[in-house]
Design a protein around this ligand. Structure first.
Ligand SMILES: Nc1nc2c(ncn2[C@@H]2O[C@H](COP(=O)(O)OP(=O)(O)O)[C@@H](O)[C@H]2O)c(=O)[nH]1
Ligand SMILES: [Mg+2]
Length: 331
């Protein structure tokens, strides 16, 4: 029986042959595997690709281990947190993760029309007001996703689940993505829900409908909003028209659930400096600890401008600070 391979397969095969590093080969091979039609005529080919894939994966893992032993790099299992919070860009192949990273940060990830073009994490910092949000672009989630992708998702502060609004089945894609995550024991919850005890890891998430410039995007965005029923915040963005990119910063920052707090010395005027960023619900003592552990022990009270009832109000150690508060510590 003839294999009848689609032209995209032939193209992908050329890319596979041209790939140099084993990682790149692995990524293009994954693409080949996804492109082979599943029928009797391609059975031998699929077995052959799977065999190559297993071999290459072993090779890549072996190389990563060697690197770790040599003290260079740590595989990709962990990305050091920087800025106000770490946000993982998660989604199915081709949903626009890398394009979004390139549009809102200085990072230069690989962007391509074919799936699986991203095969290592790429980090970029997105400026938002006076803080930076750390975005992590990842390979797509699919049947070929390697375990390290899920380890990074488990460790991030917020999941940005990207859904392609140019797809014919965005709602189905959304649920498929949730299923892949659930299989790896990661459950997403929205901004307002309280995490219920559950097996595995619970992650805060928001949904980003990408390619909002596409033909049926507005309708698809509505569909997505109605199936998530207010559970997840859903915003539409386009890296082509730049629609929604400004709102994105606000939504991501809100999703991180942190507060920015400024400080000044008693008797001195306020000089705008970079804020301390702490989890929402932090107290003035937590702020003092973030400044210096001795200060947390020795301060007697603080004065607060912003959330307090009147400017410069004296507050006790357990006062909960709000985003934008200015604090002054008194010993
Ligand atoms: N029309 C449109 N196309 C986009 C947009 N963002 C990405 N794309 C296209 O979608 C394809 C996949 O993009 P990419 O960022 O590589 O997706 P990834 O696989 O999720 O990283 C590329 O052909 C992009 O040019 C967008 O906002 N609008
Ligand atoms: Mg990508």
């Amino acid at each position: 029986m003839p294999a009848n391979l689609p032209p995209e397969y032939i193209e992908a095969e050329l890319r596979f042959r041209a790939a140099k590093s084993p990682e790149e080969k692995l990524a293009t091979l994954r693409e080949l595997m996804a492109l082979v039609p599943k029928h009797k005529g391609t059975e031998k080919l699929r077995v052959e690709l799977k065999r190559k894939w297993t071999k290459l994966q072993e090779e890549v893992q072996h190389q990563q281990k060697k690197k770790q032993k040599g003290g260079r790099g740590h595989g990709y299992d962990h990305i050091a947190r920087e800025g106000a919070g770490q946000i993982a860009l998660v989604g199915l192949p081709n949903c626009g993760k890398s394009s979004l990273l390139a549009a809102v940060t200085n990072a230069k990830p690989e962007i391509a029309e074919y799936p699986f073009s991203t095969f290592r994490p790429t980090v970029g910092m997105m400026p938002f007001e006076d803080v930076q949000l750390q975005l992590v672009d990842l390979p797509p989630i699919s049947e070929f996703t390697e375990p390290w992708v899920y380890s990074i998702i488990r460790q991030c502060d917020l999941v940005a689940l990207l859904v392609d609004l140019a797809s014919e089945t965005p709602v189905e894609d959304f649920f498929t993505a949730l299923e892949w995550l659930e299989k790896s024991r990661i459950r997403l919850i929205g901004h307002t829900a309280n995490p219920l005890p559950s097996e595995g890891v619970v992650k805060r998430a928001l949904v980003i409908g990408t390619k909002s410039d596409a033909e049926h995007a507005a309708h698809h965005l509505q569909e997505l909003r109605s199936v998530t029923e207010g559970q997840f915040r859903v915003i539409g963005v386009s890296t082509v028209s730049a629609e929604g990119l400004w709102e994105l910063g606000k939504a991501l920052f809100a999703g991180l659930n942190v507060v920015r707090v400024y400080t000044k010395k008693p008797g001195q005027p306020f000089k705008k400096e970079l804020p301390y960023v702490l989890p929402a619900g932090s107290t003035v003592t937590d702020v003092a600890r973030a400044i210096h552990k001795d200060l947390a022990e020795k301060f007697a009270y603080a004065r607060v401008w912003g959330s307090a009832e009147f400017p410069g109000q004296r507050v006790e150690r357990h006062y909960i600070v709000h985003d934008g508060d200015l604090l002054e510590f008194h010993e």
